[in-house]
Design a protein around this ligand. Sequence first.
Ligand code: SAM
Ligand code: SF4
Ligand code: F3S
Length: 457
Amino acid sequence: MADMSLSYPSLVQKTYFIRTFGCQMNLHDAERVSGLLDSCGCLEASSPEEANIVIFMTCCVREAADQRLYGQCSSMKSLPDAPSGRRVIAIGGCIAQRDGERLLDTLDNVDVVFGTSAITHLAELLNATFAEGGRHVLTSENPDDVATSLPWHRATGYHAWVPIMTGCNNFCSYCIVPYVRGRERSRLFEEIVDEVEGLSRTAVREVTLLGQNVNSYGRDRYGNPRFAELLRAVGETGIERIRFTSSHPKDLLPETIDALAEVPQVMPHLHLAVQSGSSRILKLMNRRYTREYYLDLVERVRERIPHIALTTDIIVGFPGETEEDFAQTLSLAEEARFSQAFTFIYSRRAGTPAAEIPDDTPREVIQERFDRLVKVIEGTAYDYNQHELGARVPVLVEGVSKKDSHRLQGKSPMNQTVHAPVPEGVDPASLIGKIVDVDIDVARTWYLSGTVVGDPR
Ligand code: SAM
Ligand code: SF4
Ligand code: F3S
């Protein structure tokens, strides 16, 4: 990326540190911010203490994420200046986009605020702050001025996030994302395929195609969704593993299910957020499908790919959710046999339609429902993992387990976490990004474990 350095303002000898909250979109945006700063001559620091530039990539999808920012910013006040001079604090991501200048009133030590569509201008904002002082805010720029045009500093060598579209058109009634990420904008088909082809010639083994609803990829640009076609084209690039997220059930087309079944590089894992098992609540959520439609869709997917790992997102405590509605969510979770689920307690987001729906359900009732749901998911996840007992599973090694440096940790094609002892005489670092076969002899709720067999590849 060195050839791009002349196109950006110089921040030579400055050091930066990025802390990221929220979804994969933010993780990827952080990689672009990092790439941009590298191109300006900045060096990555290993902690905020050592950095001249501390950047928070923020999330506001739920209140808890929102509140974390205030604590993080005030903790910066007690830090002494960085070894190489003053420290500038910059806020990016979805809170920056939502609150813009208002953040300066509440966070008195923040110097720069840059919205989700202003990332390409971050270097100019930082330069202005270092050169002239003052506080600089940019939240509304050309929406086509996308971060994917920037150089890229990936967090790992073996995996890459590849955004195929940004924004969302769905306006689920509880969700803030369409207000902070704008409308759907698909990247050029050829640009994505070329990018993955380029990645496949590096150490990258796996890509995850990203969008808030990948199923509608291409609709804005080409008139029709082209996601199935994109999966097939990316499958031809030479990349070994393809994943994607997220997939809105209402837009999952039969041709996409065919591509999932037929393109060997597409991993047998589908994240299909259901949100609720009650058709009444789904209507209030503006999800535009029913419980029956979702379960029928799951059946159709399983007919084509019987071993698929189905994961989901579920919200508990949407305003007005009754015990009967919740019982429908529990029974759907059992019927759909999810291998994993991200479960959330509803969080009121000002400005969304659901925030106006009155609700007097006590917090303890919602918490108790949440706990019951988690138990059901633990059961379906455990059952799903039992199928792997005795199987030989190809595992992409991510590193060693946090608890035991003698155990490898990686991911199966179905996205299960797999552990195995590091083979004798092998340096675990040499296996990161390699695929090893593991014979599974333990299957627990959240992981599998076994023994490495054969050579890594
Ligand atoms: N576009 C993705 C989809 O529809 O599958 C979801 C993206 S959103 C970042 C991730 C998840 O956060 C949603 O699927 C939903 O379960 C949850 N979520 C969004 N807004 C929420 C809210 N106000 N309260 C609780 N959970 C919320
Ligand atoms: Fe939010 Fe719904 Fe869009 Fe997902 S599809 S980002 S839940 S509005
Ligand atoms: Fe959060 Fe923004 Fe993602 S609100 S979940 S970081 S799109």
